[in-house]
Design a protein around this ligand. Structure first.
Ligand SMILES: Nc1ncnc2c1ncn2[C@@H]1O[C@H](COP(=O)(O)OP(=O)(O)OP(=O)(O)O)[C@@H](O)[C@H]1O
Ligand SMILES: [Mg+2]
Length: 234
């Protein structure tokens, strides 16, 4: 579904991604793990068109998407849940959700999609008139996921959805990610919580200093010595 080949991204003179190649097949949950500053967000932002790579290829459903503007990429079916559950603080919950429905292909059906999102997150329905800045961290993350779903993505990219949240909320978020996959949405999941990510995903890539250093089935990576020592504290 998504194929990335030899991708390099720079911030000015500083190179953050080095020849990154990665593949996501339809129906999979693929985890991208790595420590702070490894380049995980940079990779997601490059896929979604927020950053322009200096070289390499990105193909989505057979179409080259490198260089397309972010709105065109959302239109094709890739949506991102940004780091820290970033939402529009001065808009209500409902307005935030509607912002997700701007692609042409989904705008007409936005009421039906909204109903589905409220079914998945009844709490958002209860708070639909509340300003997003007054939500708790967990609620904000749910809102960011709901807004992403409003664009009816085929590929959903999550940037550390569990970061800073209480264990119960984290469990709920991982349950939702699994549910979305069961509904046919493909998932690229960035996580620092390596154990949880490897438990939920099918395959994973390990990013270190802007380079993919390991990849494989999660069952294999959970047994890998480097992963166990560097990321699982074993
Ligand atoms: N806007 C920017 N300008 C310059 N350098 C940046 C910028 N954003 C990120 N970087 C650098 O690029 C590298 C990768 O950063 P990135 O945010 O992608 O890491 P990350 O893996 O998402 O880390 P974290 O787990 O802390 O979110 C880091 O060295 C970072 O300092
Ligand atoms: Mg990041």
């Amino acid at each position: 579904m998504l194929e990335i080949r030899d991708l390099c991204t720079c911030y000015g003179k500083v190179q953050a991604l080095w020849d990154v190649s990665l593949q996501v097949n339809e129906g999979e949950i693929v985890a991208l793990v790595g420590s702070n500053g490894a380049g995980k967000t940079t990779l997601l932002n490059t896929i979604s068109g927020l950053l322009r790579p200096v070289s390499g290829q990105i193909t989505f459903l057979g179409k080259m998407i490198r260089g397309l503007p972010p709105h065109a990429i959302v239109e094709l079916g890739i949506s991102q849940v940004p780091e820290g559950g970033r939402v529009f603080p001065e808009m209500t919950v409902r307005e935030n959700l509607e912002m997700g429905a701007y692609p042409y292909r989904v705008w007409r059906d936005k009421e039906a999609t909204l109903k589905q999102v409220y079914q998945l997150f009844p709490l958002l329905k209860e708070r639909e008139k509340q300003l997003a800045r007054t939500l708790s961290g967990g609620e904000r993350q749910m809102l960011a996921i709901g807004r992403c779903l409003m664009s009816r993505p085929r590929l959903c990219m999550f940037d550390e959805p569990s970061y800073g949240l209480a264990p119960l909320v984290v469990a709920e978020i991982f349950r939702i990610i699994r549910h979305l996959r069961d509904q046919g949405i493909t998932v690229l999941l960035v996580e620092q919580n390596v154990r949880r990510a490897l438990e939920i995903a099918d395959r994973a890539y390990v990013l270190e200093n802007g380079r993919i250093c390991l990849e494989g089935a999660c069952t294999e990576l959970l047994e890998n010595d480097h992963v166990r020592r560097a990321y699982l504290g074993l």
